[in-house]
Write a protein that binds this ligand. Structure first.
Ligand code: SAM
Ligand code: SF4
Length: 333
């Protein structure tokens, strides 16, 4: 079987696919309210191009695909994309990360097309705070989306939350109580330096240790063994079976076990969220000089060379760290 292996022996099984850099929210840690540096729409991969690249990734050993963005549900062809990925031979496990706004309408069609796992992002339970944090008054659409996902049978339902100092860092316990009541699997993610506004600050970020201490003041947390390549450290809550996850991307990097590679909506392969280089799959897909077989060969080679060049770690904690120019919304979280 083919494998995408880097020079540190890490085998890559997990492809994150950004379907668009556009979004209907403006979460401050991801995209400023006045953001205007959109990728040219003609650069966005078509449905056929996307499926082609995913098919090739699967032939080279990828067995998990997560659709993300930007907001993946803004793609008008989202249901078709899910159905076509499920139709490739040896289909990968398919999941999605979404802000949930359009799930009330799309959860059932997505499940019918073969989606089985979903993460929904929600950082606060308070309508006014949600407005402040996302610049849109749409928290009720998220709640409706969560209900629709549950009704459509998406299980387990995971919720991603980012805590920010002075904004929502007093809400960790309320969020966890709510998640327990609603039977949702909550994961807290440390804020990473990937905002387009460059406002991230190490002194201000809420660390995994702080989140653990806050939750421990209310709940007994017992580590779940066998994390594998999962970015989340998981803990049983009050003896389980419910668990909470903490993703300490900055203070507890898990790069040594990373098995992820990323495809941006404009067809660039990135070995890491924080890569400073990309490999242009779009140019290969749209080349007029290559035969279909040559294109296939070039796309396979591009995957392997990108993985071979992967650095051992994200480097956020190195003095020489430079934030990538693409914001999170244009890479795919
Ligand atoms: N729009 C979808 C959503 O919000 O779920 C998918 C894309 S979003 C970029 C994917 C995840 O990345 C979300 O859970 C979001 O909270 C997280 N995220 C965005 N910017 C981040 C940052 N600077 N640090 C940590 N997580 C971030
Ligand atoms: Fe949009 Fe998701 Fe970024 Fe929020 S985190 S602005 S919902 S892409």
């Amino acid at each position: 079987m083919n494998t995408l292996v880097d020079t540190y022996g890490r085998i890559h099984r997990n492809l994150r696919v950004s379907l668009t850099d556009r979004c209907n929210l403006r979460c401050t840690y991801c995209m400023p309210n006045d953001f205007a540096a959109w990728l040219p729409s003609e650069h966005q991969l078509t449905t056929d191009e996307l499926v082609r690249v995913i098919e090739i990734a699967v032939s080279e050993g990828i067995n998990e695909v997560r659709l993300t963005g930007g907001e993946p549900l803004l793609r008008p062809d989202i249901v078709e994309i899910v159905a076509r990925i499920n139709g490739i031979s040896n289909p990968p496990k398919l999941s999605m990360t979404t802000n949930g706004l359009a799930l009330a309408k799309l959860a059932q069609p997505l499940v019918d097309a073969g989606l089985s796992r979903i993460n929904i992002s929600l950082d606060t339970l308070d309508r006014e705070r949600f407005k402040k944090l996302t610049f849109r008054d749409r928290i009720n659409d998220v709640f409706a989306g969560i209900d629709a996902a549950r009704t459509a049978g998406l299980k387990p339902l995971k919720i991603n939350s980012v805590l920010m100092r002075g904004v929502n860092d007093d809400e960790s316990i309320a969020l966890l109580r709510w998640a327990l009541k609603e039977n949702l699997n909550l994961r807290f993610i440390e804020q990473m330096p990937l905002d387009a506004g460059g406002a991230w600050s190490r002194d201000q970020m809420i660390t995994a240790d702080e989140i653990y201490a806050q939750l421990s003041s209310e709940f007994t947390l017992t580590p779940v063994e066998d994390r594998g390549s999962s970015p989340a450290e998981e803990f049983y809550i009050d003896g389980g079976p419910a668990v909470v996850g903490i993703i300490g991307s900055v203070t507890r990097p898990f790069c040594g076990d990373c098995d992820r590679v990323r495809l941006t909506s404009d067809g660039q392969i990135r070995a890491c969220l924080f890569s400073m280089t990309e490999t242009d799959m779009r140019a290969i897909l749209r080349s007029n000089d290559l035969t279909p077989d040559q294109k296939r060969e070039s796309l396979v080679k591009a995957f392997h060379s990108t993985i071979k060049a992967k650095l051992p770690g994200h480097g956020i904690n190195d003095p020489s760290f430079i934030q990538p120019t693409r914001p999170m919304s244009a890479i795919g979280g």
